[in-house]
Design a protein around this ligand. Structure first.
Ligand code: GLN
Ligand code: ZN
Length: 755
């Protein structure tokens, strides 16, 4: 048996080849055959990288043209009615992206990652039908180049658990779909004398109930019986599965994958796994960060595991698929070499897994010179990192140690009276969320400036003229509270990260977000502090252009953290405190320069929630505390807003209230007033701006439509408590859509006020 195991590999390519090939195909520049040729080459390359790193268990079917959940829907014939007349790639991409006549299937975040999957739509009258073509051909493609792969398939419970269906309980589909999984395994069993099949079941990490447990038992009892030639692995990741491990071990599967990085609690289940005699795939190398693994720590972890589980029953692995890590360090030529030396992307992680396994199984003496050197370089890098002046800033540490003020002065009830008086806004005040259209011209100017083709002065003059226009437009439209439009920002996190100490940027650290879209999150390697302005001058500039109030915009600590790769040597709460202090200083500068309303966006507040219920309180504590600390410098009559990009507040409303923002704007446009009811139910006191139109579509909503929406909101909350705004920033829209939409919004408010 082998010793090293990789759960899954990124597919987008080291230079994002798949992205560009897909986009060429979509735009008609290339044929599907051409796309396929590129895909084939990429797969071979990815298999070869893993082979070269001496990985024993390499996956097939971890590749996808769009998403593995979507692939599973195709394998099962779970094709929604509206796509029934389509076939092959036309069908596949229509499901993913929609076509002229039909909307795409819904897309949502994969657990607590920034990867998005396509949500299966199941209905009782669907005729499920197996199509194993892709799975078989990918297996054979790998075999042709001498790689005998394990086959990755989304587990049935995870598939159903993440589906939308016309039954109350999607697990009711188990009996319908399980036979297809069995059929699939019998097809696979004809491929070779022995085939390993990996079923991904991360659904288990969210916690289980009796229905899920009994289905778990049933599904794997049956699948394990399909063929003696098939060895079944069930992998889990992102958390522990202590409440389902016993059931899983009670089925005749071959191996279980556990995440010991994000689910250390899995250690408590070793006894159960040991007694069951199953193979343990031990996820010890973090599959979703960018840092070098602490090899000694991983060896210690494995030593602990091997006290309960025999060494010959252990495989060394990554904590999850490497899909969530950037590709390779080779392209990072611009990074400070010291910092680069602390990093490890996908390709480097393969070597880590191999090295750890070699030491664990065969001892240090078995290392050859290269391996011994790799071990020493890694160790040395970690020591240097821990004492480096690049990551440690004594001034900020001291500042935190001597902190006295953790929240702003005054109770909400008193502040709001003062604010209404000084700011003088009326009921149903109109505003926007911050950004205005990022026009092609604006993007071009930013690029020119980045490339050094235009000077800073010319670039900044252009930004000023954008702000001038933006203010004028808002005055003409008749909004009550204006914004500067955020033209200087490419991205709400990167813009600030770039100005803060402790943040770094890769050149090529792309991670797939959905389809062909990738993100390149900045990373926090050191203590974060503010090195002078975070850009408040732009807001002050805008304020000087108008008599109306201009609202200043910042990105909050939780969102800064959730959309970055963060260091792991200090707790997230400490990083959040550091960012909060930087923001607090910026707020102080804003208000000293006459800005009276400041919005601290927490777009990613909800998506950072832990997967396990019992860990939520700890997250909520630092998330709320850091928000409060960020605004601790604000005067009582400085009004603090926050914006959040989601709509379901039912289970977190008390936490949102505890953030103590004077006004929050939220994304409820698509749900009428239904989701607002919880605010009333809990007696939420602060002001709320429920988005009254959906900015995710180019559509211009009519006055009547928005008026009705406002009237519906007024059924739930009183006019004194409501603000009227779109449901998110306008940066992805065009001015041709934005101006008439905002005019209609203002008109709708006028009509409602006139009642
Ligand atoms: N202020 C930001 C904007 O308007 C907020 C964006 C967001 O919440 N995603 O673009
Ligand atoms: Zn938003």
């Amino acid at each position: 048996m082998g010793k090293t195991y990789i759960i899954g590999f990124p597919r987008i390519g080291e230079k994002r080849e798949l992205k560009f090939a897909l986009e060429d195909f979509w735009s008609g520049k290339s044929s599907f055959d051409e796309l396929n040729i590129i895909a084939k080459k990429l797969k071979q390359k990815h298999w070869n990288y893993q082979k070269k790193a001496k990985i024993d268990f390499i996956s097939s079917n971890d590749f996808s043209f769009y998403d593995n959940m979507l692939d599973a829907s195709v394998v099962l014939g779970a094709i929604p009615e509206r796509f029934k007349n389509l076939d092959k790639e036309e069908l596949y991409f229509a499901m993913a992206r929609g076509n002229k006549t039909n909307v795409a299937m819904e897309m949502t975040k994969w657990f607590n990652t920034n990867y998005h999957y396509i949500v299966p739509e199941l209905s009782r009258n669907m005729e499920f039908k197996l199509d194993a073509t892709k799975i078989i051909s990918e297996y054979n493609e790998a075999k042709e180049i001498g790689v005998k792969t394990k086959i990755n398939i989304v587990g049935l419970l995870t598939y159903l658990g993440l589906s939308k269906c016309d039954n109350d309980n999607c697990y009711d589909f188990v009996d319908k779909i399980l036979p297809l999984y069995e059929e699939l395994l019998s097809v696979i069993s004809t491929l070779d004398d022995e085939v390993v099949v990996q079923f991904d079941e991360p659904i288990l990490v969210r916690g289980v109930n009796d229905i899920l447990l009994s289905n778990l038992k049933k599904v794997y009892d049956r699948l394990a019986l399909v063929s003696p030639k098939i060895k079944i692995v069930v992998t889990t990741y992102f958390e522990h599965i202590n409440d389902s491990i016993a059931t899983l071990c009670d089925t005749p599967i071959w191996a279980i994958g556990l995440d010991f990085v994000h689910g250390k609690e899995n250690l408590q289940s070793l006894d159960i796994v040991g007694k069951s005699g199953k193979i343990l795939i031990a996820g010890v190398v973090n599959g979703r960060n960018i840092w070098k693994n602490d090899i000694d720590d991983s060896l210690k972890l494995l030593a602990t595991i091997s006290k309960t589980i025999k060494k010959d029953k252990i495989l060394v692995s990554t904590s999850c698929s490497l899909l969530h890590s950037p590709y390779m360090l080779k392209y990072e030529q611009k990074l400070d070499p010291q910092i680069k030396n602390w990093l490890s992307f996908t390709i480097e992680k393969l070597d880590e897994v191999a090295l750890i396994a070699k030491i664990f199984f065969d001892g240090f003496d078995s290392l050859n010179n290269d391996e011994a050197e790799q071990y020493h370089i890694t160790k040395d890098a970690l020591v240097k990192k821990s004492i480096s002046s690049l990551s440690n800033d004594i001034t900020i540490k001291n500042r935190i140690a001597s902190l006295q003020k953790f929240q702003r002065d005054g109770k909400y009830e008193d502040r709001i009276v003062l604010q209404k008086e000084t700011l003088g806004y009326g009921d149903l005040a109109t505003t926007t969320i911050g950004s205005f259209p990022q026009t092609p011209e604006l993007r071009a100017k930013r690029l020119d400036f980045k490339k050094g083709e235009i000077s800073k002065d010319i670039y900044e003059d252009y930004i000023k003229s954008y702000i001038d226009d933006c203010i004028k437009i808002q005055e003409d439209v008749g909004l009550d509270v204006l914004v500067h439009g955020e033209p200087e920002r490419n991205d709400m996190v990167e813009f600030f990260a770039d100005k803060l100490n402790g943040y770094g940027f890769s050149s090529n650290g792309w991670v797939q977000s959905y389809g062909s879209r990738c993100v390149k999150p900045p990373f926090i390697y050191g203590d974060v502090s503010r090195n002078g302005s975070l850009g408040y001058e732009w807001i002050v500039y805008a304020q000087n252009k108008t008599k109306k109030l201009v609202k200043g915009m910042l990105t909050g600590p939780v969102t800064m953290i959730n959309w970055s790769f963060v260091r792991e040597d200090i707790p997230k709460s400490t990083i959040a405190t550091q960012i909060a202090l930087a923001l607090s200083d910026e707020i102080d500068d804003l208000q000293k320069h006459g800005i009276k309303i400041i919005q601290v966006d927490e777009a990613a507040f909800k998506e950072g929630y832990p997967l396990r219920f019992e860990k939520r309180a700890e997250y909520e504590k630092w998330a709320v505390d850091s928000f409060k600390l960020s605004v601790a410098s604000s005067f009582k009559d400085t009004q603090i807003h926050s914006h959040m990009c989601y709509s379901e507040f039912n289970d977190i409303i008390k936490t949102i209230e505890a953030m103590d923002a004077d006004v929050i704007s939220i994304e409820t446009a698509r749900s009428g007033n239904r989701l607002l009811k919880v605010f009333k139910k809990v007696g939420y006191k602060q002001e709320v701006g429920p988005g009254i139109y959906d900015i995710h579509s180019p559509r211009v909503p009519s006055v009547e439509e928005m008026r009705n929406q406002i009237i519906a909101l007024l059924e739930v909350l009183p006019k004194e408590q409501l603000w009227i705004n779109p449901d998110c920033g306008l940066k992805t829209r065009k001015y041709e859509e934005v101006i008439p939409s905002l005019k209609n919004m203002v008109q709708a408010v006028k009509e409602v006020r006139g009642h």
